[in-house]
Design a protein around this ligand. Structure first.
Ligand code: HAM
Length: 432
């Protein structure tokens, strides 16, 4: 047994998995750039109040899952910080702090990075996980709502997940939601004898939470629960119709899901999630988001609408693996520099360093071993070429061996990088 292991609910991303994440990060950044979202970074930890205010003190994410950060002894600010469980709160805090309300609106921002939730670990549920997040702050919609949903759907397609479904709902606003919450409360209270203890407790604080319950005992009750769709106020109903019209015009398919709510408090109106159908066991969302028209004000800014999403990259990597997507090939070096004198690591490293400086993926064999062993190592690395340094180096020459063709010829050291770049191009594209 190793003495230390990664903490429960976290994992090491070894090269193959890290490469899968890197591929998704590239797709995310490329898409965000095409849609005009600018990358930002916010701290991995914030004042706890940022999350308590934004996400809501009575949510699972804050009540149970927040990693509170304790600084060293003697710190008078103890317990004031927490690791970010999600990025929206920090991004909106930064928007207000840096006066981004004075920029042309909306401000489109994106962030990809790790989030932390002290949750019960299981497949697809980690204590440290990665999100691709976008936020558009300062546009009341409904066009921007559709832009964001379409961007999320496109991300999954470009990543190679074929069957991701959009579930869409409107959860109303301060005008129409309170009456709905009371109807829900009465409905669930009428079935109090069928409620698990935890849900009975939640009923008092926030009946909407019960709609989000994953407890199998709740599913039949939830399926019969009242919905808000018919009772949206005229402004929310108009907005929701606008979102659907824009999505229809873009050809984005979606399922209306009148009992879809989100686990964070800041949402108003548009709420959506991305799912893959027919996954075994409890369904886990691959991503979710929605509108948060009261959040900027809650964080101390002028009233400003906003909308965004967060996509769970860990779950996308898992889904790709379940779908049998090919793992990206391990990168390999183009050139390995070897030499006849086992001890001459200086020459090998110097030549490889020059090749790297010229832009080639090169490695020096730094083990003090026979030339034949060095060449075997180059073949194992699937290198295309070996550069063999020997006595002729004193005349400015080395041997260039094409490991696939099995041919070998002398090359002037001064021409080596150029020769290799040309030969590498031919390897990749075939002879002209
Ligand atoms: P969320 O639904 O809490 O929304 O999280 C978004 C996604 O993060 C989830 O759909 C899931 O894929 C992934 N995720 C959440 N928790 C875990 C976990 N423990 N392990 C692995 N993956 C997880 C938000 O975070 C909002 N900030 C989204 C948003 C942005 N709304 C507006 N703007």
């Amino acid at each position: 047994m190793p003495r230390c292991q990664a903490p429960r609910g976290t994992r090491d991303l070894l090269p193959a998995e890290r490469a899968a994440f890197a591929r998704l990060e590239r797709i995310a950044l490329d898409l965000a750039t095409r849609y005009g979202y600018q990358p930002v970074e916010t701290p991995l930890f914030e004042q706890s109040e940022v999350f308590e205010r934004a996400v809501g003190a009575a949510t699972d994410v804050v009540e149970k899952e927040l990693f509170r950060v304790h600084a060293g002894r003697g710190d008078s600010e103890r317990e004031r910080w927490a690791l970010r469980p999600e990025p929206t709160a920090g991004i909106v805090r930064a928007y207000v702090q840096h006066g981004m309300q004075n920029l042309p609106q909306p401000v489109r921002l994106t962030l990809t990075g790790p989030m932390f939730r002290y949750d019960r670990p299981q497949a697809g549920r980690y204590r440290q996980f990665w999100q691709f997040d976008v936020e558009a702050i300062g546009d009341p919609g409904p066009g921007i709502d559709a832009e964001i949903v379409e961007l999320g759907a496109r991300f999954f397609r470009e990543a190679g997940l074929r069957d991701v479904v959009v579930r869409l709902n409107s959860i109303g606003d301060g005008d129409c939601r309170p009456a709905y919450v009371e109807r829900l409360r009465a409905y669930f209270a009428g079935h109090a004898d069928r409620l698990p203890a935890l849900e009975r407790e939640r009923l008092a604080a926030d009946p909407l939470r019960l709609l989000d319950s994953k407890d199998p005992l709740m599913q039949a009750l939830i399926a019969e629960a009242p919905t808000l769709t018919e009772d949206l106020c005229p402004a929310c109903a108009g907005h929701f119709a606008g979102v659907r019209a824009h999505l229809d015009a873009l050809g984005v398919e979606y399922q209306l899901e009148p009992r879809l709510v989100r686990g964070l408090d800041y949402y108003t109106r548009t709420a959506f999630e991305f799912f893959r159908p027919l996954e075994a066991g409890a369904q886990q969302a691959l991503g979710g988001g929605g509108r948060y028209d009261g959040l900027v004000e809650l964080m101390g800014g002028r009233p400003t609408p906003g909308i965004g999403f967060g996509l769970g990259l860990d779950r996308v990597v898992l889904a790709l693996a379940a779908q049998g997507a090919e793992a990206p090939p391990a990168p390999h070096v183009t050139v390995v520099v070897v030499s006849a004198d086992p001890a001459d690591t200086v020459t090998r490293l110097r030549v490889a360093t020059d090749l790297r400086a010229a832009g080639l993926a090169a490695r020096a064999d730094l083990a003090q071993r026979k030339l034949s062993r060095q060449l075997e190592g180059a073949a194992r690395d699937r290198a295309h070429f070996a550069v063999i340094c020997g006595d002729e180096l004193s005349h400015g020459q080395v041997q260039l061996k094409d490991l696939e063709a099995g041919t070998q010829r002398p090359v002037n050291v001064a021409d080596l990088a150029r020769e290799l770049l040309r030969a590498e191009g031919q390897h990749r594209h075939g002879p002209a």
